[in-house]
Structures are given as structure tokens and as C-alpha cells.
Design a protein around this ligand. Structure first.
Ligand SMILES: Cc1cc2nc3c(=O)[nH]c(=O)nc-3n(C[C@H](O)[C@H](O)[C@H](O)COP(=O)(O)OP(=O)(O)OC[C@H]3O[C@@H](n4cnc5c(N)ncnc54)[C@H](O)[C@@H]3O)c2cc1C
Length: 721
């Protein structure tokens, strides 16, 4: 705690102590007010300005320090200054006092709360930003809620002080008026309880509901305006139309069909989308062949004299396509039709919020629907680098059509896709040069993770060039060149083929998003609220087209929320749960993560402790010849509560599952340590990292006493050991 905070806390503590030690509260009771009323009134008639000032400061002090007595002071305001002036003075004094309490709570405790509850607080603050003023107004209107608690609690949120002030002043006015008015009739009041009759409390509650009702009305009017200009069909062909049959669209349609909704799934290209055809499946298949080859190269390490592999790259690619074909039935039209989904092979375009036009080989048809889910995916980003048109770049869409291994492959991009494919092609025998603009590969991960991957890449002969910015492509004497900038110098890099892996941009054009005015996020994805709703509450978006993560399992996760909200949102809507999102990059070593890492914890100001277990020490990893990598766990200081885990090593993507489950269900490291893990498996690493945590948090003093106890049990001489 800083000095200024200590000082303020001390000052507040002293003032509160003085108030209670000198029993000042006795002057803020109804009896005392009544007995002093005549004296106070005579003082006010002699010194009117002074009386107002003293009263004003007293009121601010009591409310600012959250001391009891504000109700009696309000009555006094009415009794001494009358209904009009009493209301004006109390209204300002109470709001200023409340704002002081709000600011003090914010100054003293906000940082501490932020550090402790970082991510969870963000979600609350999002809600406060959206609806905070309404909730505050409601709470203020109903004088049953203790005002001092509202002041302190709101101070811990991100609500703006200015907003707090004016909402409080407006919200408290009705209550102030009632109490000040009662104060003008002080003689008739025997107890504070009679001021608030059950009828009056009921009126206040109704008044409290008013802002919520007003919000509902505003929302309804805004929604009406949004849909103005479109004719809503009287009946609908579908409950749901899903655009795109990739991971997001397939799961949405599956869920809708499972609950017997009438759902149409429209796909313009290939069922299964990116993941099956150009993403996860082909890349993991290719990685498998490349890894197999890498193992052969290590034959002597495993006791073989010599093992060589002869291969034709075209056959490797044939295997990739064969695997796609084997998995394709999982995502096929036949399967989904059997599940009860109407599947249309065609291009969809939203023409009104309830109508989708589909262009098929048979012509154009228009379907009506209550709701629409956009799952149109993303495509490789091709930034406008001069000379791009000269070099026929490969992307993750086209690389699967290669039949010959590139001689010199330039990979632009050090993210997951660039890294996975760079290592694959290097293992097959391409000379791979990987360019990254930032200081390291996989920049979202911690520096030690990038280091582990980069070290392996270099060992495997990949020419990793970080801090290189691509400036232009050119062809010189028939040779393709990248002109890049490295620390102010111009670098020329020759290559035969280039893979552009610089990110993926959402598919937002050509199917009605612009025409309807569906809003985009700053990342140029379709903007959605926590319910997956777009600008139009009956049009939802999931997967790569909206983000923020671009993974198959994430698209599927959002799909559940979109489907359920679209079909049952009139009863209950569910907010998408982003609290535990895992992912893995399938390089060798694999990198898997769930929750935050060290760099994110530092950026977000979240306090953490870190424990690491080196997999180089794990029996099974040693036996497998894969003794490398680590499990790193971030925990809340002093607690076994897991904030995030990164695993680098063999099968990291599988190993992380235990931590995903633990985080999702609030299971801490103690429980992981107390769980039997099969020997010898890689999963023991998860238990061992929990052991590292336990040792670091062993109760040292208690253990010293336990040592003494054991010594005593061994006999008198042992105590002197
Ligand atoms: C090389 C690579 C490797 C990857 N590896 C992994 C991995 O290991 N693990 C992982 O989780 N993720 C991985 N991903 C990411 C994953 O593939 C995507 O996150 C996932 O496919 C997104 O699913 P989606 O449903 O949002 O979009 P998509 O799968 O792209 O599906 C969108 C579909 O919509 C269709 N469509 C678009 N517009 C229209 C229209 N107007 N009418 C009709 N149909 C339309 C498209 O044709 C497409 O089929 C990888 C991606 C790549 C490129």
C-alpha cells in the first residue's frame, strides 16, 4: 500500500474512532434531534449562512465516512430549513458525501481488487459499463438498500465518478424529499420506522423498477427502429438458418436439429469448412508424416544402426487427402440430413433479417426464418506487399495442392500456422526460412516458450529470422526475392516458394452484412454481444467470422450459445463463457495453454505465483527419448487456485486437458496432487508440478516442530541433533 493510501486509511480510521469513542452518535438520534430542535432553529435564525454551512459539512462528513445518522440528519434538514431548502441542501450534501465515499473506496481498494480478481472483475466492469447507471439508479430509488454499501461497492467498479454523481443525485431525490418532508413534521414522528409505511415502501419499489422498465421500453423501441423498413413474414419456413458448414455452422445445426427445430444449413463450398479441408485435419496429418520422418532420422538414438526413408512428396500429400476423405463423412450432407438438418449446397445471402436468398445450381430461392446464425469463417490474410502478384504465394488454402516439395520455402509469419508448416516442410527436406516481424516466434506465449520452440527450429535447420519486416517481393534474373528490413538494414532473401501465414481475416463481404448494416468490430470481424447476437438480435455469429479466438473447439463452443439463444432466448439467454479457453500449437515441441500466462498476468496487473516442472526429469519422457519441455502453472498468491497453465513438450495438447477440467470446475493443485496418475505416463508431469507447488508452500514452522517431535521420539540425545 502506498504512503498516500496509508495516510488516508489512517485518517478515516481516526475519524471513525473519534465518532464512536466520544459517542457522537447520540447527537444523531431522533430523541436528541427533537430535544435540540428549538435551539438549532434559534441558531439558524441568528446565523442562517453559518447554519447551512455547518449542516452541509456535517452531512458530507457523516455520509463520506459512512457513519450512521444520515437519516436523522435528513429529517433535521426538513425541520430546520423547510421542505424546499432542506431538499436542495440534503440533495447536494448527500450526493457529495456519497461520491467522497465512492472515491475513497476506489482510491484505497480498487487496485487491490483488480490484482486479485483481474479477469472476473473485467466481466463485472463490462456489465457496469453497459447497465451500471440503470442499476445504480434503481438502487438509489429504493431507500431500503443501505446507501453506504452502494457507495463503497460502486467505488470498486469501473463506473465513472461523474456518472456516479449525477445518477446518485437524481436517484436519491425521491427518498430525500420523503424524509425532508417528514422532518418538517418532526413533532409528529415518534420513530424512524413510521416514516416508511408499507405503502410508501411499495411505492419506492415500484419507483425502483421504473428505470429497468424504462430500459426495457427503450430497448424495445430501439429494436423496433432497427427492424423498421423490413416486412416481417407472417410465418417462417425455418426456426433457424445457418450460413456456413464449418465447425461453427455444423455444431449450430446439430444442436438445432437435436431439439427438433426446423433448421437449414447452407454451404457454398465444401462441407466441413476450413478445419476439415484446409486447416486442422490436413495440417495435423502432414505433421504426423513429418514427425515420423524426424523420428527415423533419430534412429541411432533408439538403437538402430541405420534407417532411411525414401519418399515421394506427392504420396505424402495423397495421404493428407485420403485422411480428409476418411473424416469427411462426419461432416457430410448425408450425415446432417440423417440428423434432421436441411442441407443446401449453395451461396447464401441475407436479404432481410428474416430472409435468406440461396443461389444453387438449380437457381435462386428465398427462405424465411426466425433466426439466422452466421458461421462464414475466415480466410488467409494477404497484406498488400508490393510485388505479391509476381510470386504466386501459397496460403493455408492452397498449400495442400502441392505435389512437389518446395526447394527453398520462405514462410512469412511466426504464428501457429506459420510455425506448424515451417517445421513440417523443413522435416521433409525443404530449406525453410521463417520471417517474423516481432522479436520472437509465437509472440502470444511467454518468452521461455518461444525460446524452446525457436531453439528446436534452429536445431532442425530452420533459418528463423525475427525482427524482419517484409517490404516487397521482386524477381531478379529469374530468382524470387523478398526484400525485408532488419534493424534499419535492407535484407534480400532468395526463395522458390513462399507461404503467407500472416493471420486470417473474417469473411464479411458478399452475403448481406454490409447491406443490412450489421456492425463490425475494430478487428473487422462481425461484432457480437455476449449472447452471440449481432446488431440484429435474431442474427447471430459464431466462429472465425466473429472471434476473438480462431479455433475449431471455440467455434463449436460459441455455436452452443448461438443455437440455444436463437431457439430459446425468449425464455432465457445464456452468455458465452470465455473463462476457460484452451488451445494448442502442434509444433514439436507442442505448446498448449489454458488461462493466462506470465506476460498476460503482468499486462493485466494480476498478482500470481509461478511453479514449473521440467519434463526432462520425467521417467516416461526419458524412456520415450522426449525428455524436454516443461509444465508451468500460474496460481493466485498463497493459494492453489489455478490462473493459467502452459505446457511445452510431447503431447502437450493432450496433457493440458487435466488443467482445463480443473480450471473449469475450480479444482486446485492440491486436488491434482492427491489424484493417482498412472506410472509411467507423461500425465505424471501434471501431478509433479502440483508437487512443486506443495513443497514451495509447505508449512515450514510446523515442519520444524514435527522434526523436533520425531527427534524426541528417537530419544533424549536426538534432541541435541
Ligand atoms: C492451417 C490451419 C490449421 C489449423 N489448425 C487448427 C487446430 O489444430 N486446432 C483448431 O482448433 N483450429 C485450427 N485451425 C482453425 C480452424 O480451422 C478454424 O478456427 C475453424 O475452422 C473455424 O470454423 P468456422 O466454422 O468459424 O469457419 P470455417 O470452417 O471457415 O467455415 C465457414 C464456412 O462458411 C462457408 N461460407 C462462407 N460464406 C458463405 C455463404 N455466403 N454461403 C454459404 N456458405 C458460406 C465457407 O465456404 C466455409 O465452409 C486451423 C486453421 C488453419 C488455416
Amino acid at each position: 500500500m502506498t504512503q498516500s493510501k496509508m495516510f488516508l486509511l489512517l485518517a478515516i480510521a481516526v475519524m471513525v474512532m473519534v465518532f464512536f469513542s466520544f459517542d457522537l452518535h447520540q447527537y444523531l438520534t431522533l430523541e436528541s434531534l427533537k430535544s435540540q430542535q428549538a435551539a438549532v432553529e434559534s441558531y439558524r435564525s441568528q446565523f442562517p449562512v453559518k447554519a447551512v454551512l455547518i449542516y452541509f459539512l456535517m452531512y458530507i462528513t457523516v455520509t463520506g465516512l459512512s457513519l450512521p445518522g444520515a437519516t436523522v440528519l435528513t429529517l433535521a434538514g426538513g425541520a430546520v430549513f423547510g421542505l424546499f431548502w432542506g431538499t436542495v441542501i440534503v440533495s447536494f450534501a448527500s450526493t457529495l458525501g456519497a461520491t467522497l465515499a465512492f472515491l475513497a473506496a476506489r482510491f484505497l481498494f480498487r487496485d487491490w481488487i483488480k490484482v486479485r480478481f483481474g479477469a472476473r472483475l473485467e466481466a463485472i466492469n463490462e456489465g457496469i459499463k453497459r447497465d451500471g447507471p440503470f442499476y445504480l439508479f434503481t438502487l438509489r430509488l429504493v431507500p431500503l438498500f443501505p446507501f453506504f454499501m452502494i457507495n463503497l461497492a460502486m467505488g470498486l467498479t469501473a463506473l465513472k465518478a461523474r456518472t456516479f454523481y449525477w445518477v446518485s443525485q437524481a436517484g436519491m431525490l425521491a427518498g430525500t424529499l420523503v424524509y425532508v418532508n417528514a422532518g418538517t413534521q418532526l413533532a409528529a414522528i415518534d420513530s424512524l420506522g413510521i416514516i416508511l409505511s408499507p405503502g410508501l415502501i411499495g411505492s419506492f419499489i415500484l419507483l425502483g423498477l421504473f428505470p429497468l422498465l424504462a430500459k426495457k421500453i427503450i430497448d424495445t423501441v430501439t429494436e423496433r427502429k432497427l427492424y423498421e423498413g423490413w416486412q416481417k413474414p407472417e410465418r417462417f419456413d425455418n426456426n433457424l438458418i445457418v450460413i456456413g458448414a464449418g465447425s461453427g455452422g455444423l455444431v449450430t445445426a446439430y444442436i438445432a436439429a437435436a431439439v427438433n427445430a426446423k433448421v437449414t444449413l447452407i454451404e457454398k463450398h465444401t462441407m466441413g469448412g476450413d478445419c476439415l479441408n484446409t486447416g486442422c485435419v490436413p495440417s495435423k496429418t502432414l505433421i504426423r508424416s513429418a514427425k515420423w520422418l524426424a523420428h527415423l532420422r533419430r534412429a541411432q538414438e533408439f538403437g538402430f544402426n541405420q534407417v532411411t526413408a525414401e519418399f515421394d512428396f506427392a504420396n505424402i500429400m495423397d495421404r493428407v487427402h485420403a485422411i480428409i476423405n476418411t473424416i469427411a463423412p462426419h461432416d457430410s450432407i448425408e450425415r446432417y440430413q440423417a440428423l434432421g438438418v436441411d442441407v443446401i449446397q449453395g451461396e447464401a445471402k441475407i436479404i432481410t433479417p428474416w430472409e435468406v436468398q440461396v443461389k444453387t445450381t438449380d437457381g435462386i430461392q428465398t427462405l424465411t426464418t426466425r433466426s439466422i446464425v452466421i458461421a462464414a469463417g475466415a480466410r488467409p490474410l494477404l497484406p498488400p506487399i508490393p510485388g505479391m502478384e509476381l510470386i504466386e504465394p501459397l496460403t493455408s488454402d492452397t498449400i495442400w495442392n502441392l505435389r512437389e516439395l518446395p526447394g527453398r520455402l520462405l514462410v512469412l509469419g511466426g504464428g501457429p500456422i506459420g510455425c506448424e508448416l515451417a517445421q513440417c516442410f523443413a522435416r521433409f527436406g525443404s530449406t525453410v526460412i521463417q520471417i517474423e516481424q516481432l522479436p520472437r516466434l509465437m509472440i502470444r506465449e511467454d518468452a521461455d516458450v518461444s525460446e524452446a520452440v525457436m531453439t528446436r527450429f534452429k536445431q532442425e535447420g530452420i533459418d528463423v529470422r525475427v525482427e524482419h519486416t517484409a517490404v516487397a517481393f521482386m524477381i531478379e534474373n529469374g530468382e524470387k526475392l523478398l526484400i525485408a528490413e532488419f534493424k534499419g538494414e535492407t535484407v534480400r532473401i532468395a526463395f522458390d516458394q513462399v507461404l503467407i501465414a500472416l493471420g486470417r481475416s473474417a469473411n464479411i463481404k458478399g452475403y448481406g452484412v454490409d447491406e443490412l448494416g450489421i456492425a463490425l468490430s475494430p478487428r473487422q470481424t462481425i461484432a457480437t454481444n455476449p449472447f452471440q447476437e449481432t446488431t440484429f438480435p435474431n442474427i447471430y455469429a459464431v466462429g472465425d467470422v466473429t472471434g476473438p479466438y480462431q479455433f475449431t473447439h471455440f467455434a463449436a463452443h460459441q455455436a452452443w450459445y448461438a443455437a440455444v439463444n436463437a431457439l430459446f432466448g425468449q425464455f432465457k439467454k445464456f452468455r458465452t463463457d470465455y473463462s476457460v479457453i484452451p488451445w494448442s500449437t502442434f509444433t514439436d515441441p507442442e505448446v498448449a495453454r489454458v488461462g493466462i500466462n506470465e506476460q498476460e498476468a503482468s499486462q493485466q496487473g494480476i498478482a500470481y505465483e509461478v511453479v514449473t516442472y521440467g519434463i526432462d526429469d520425467l521417467d516416461r519422457a526419458i524412456a520415450d527419448g522426449e525428455a524436454h519441455g516443461f509444465v508451468k502453472v500460474l496460481t493466485r498468491p498463497g493459494k492453489d487456485h489455478i490462473l493459467g497453465v502452459t505446457i511445452v513438450g510431447e503431447h502437450a495438447g493432450d496433457l493440458i486437458a487435466e488443467f482445463v477440467l480443473a480450471m473449469k470446475h475450480g479444482i486446485g493443485l492440491n486436488k491434482i496432487l492427491g489424484t493417482i496418475h498412472i506410472y509411467p505416463t507423461l500425465s505424471e508431469a501434471n501431478k509433479y508440478v502440483a508437487g512443486v507447488w506443495k513443497r514451495a508452500h509447505a508449512p515450514k514452522t510446523l515442519l520444524r516442530w514435527v522434526a523436533r517431535y520425531h527427534a524426541w521420539r528417537r530419544g533424549p540425545a536426538s534432541l541435541q541433533d
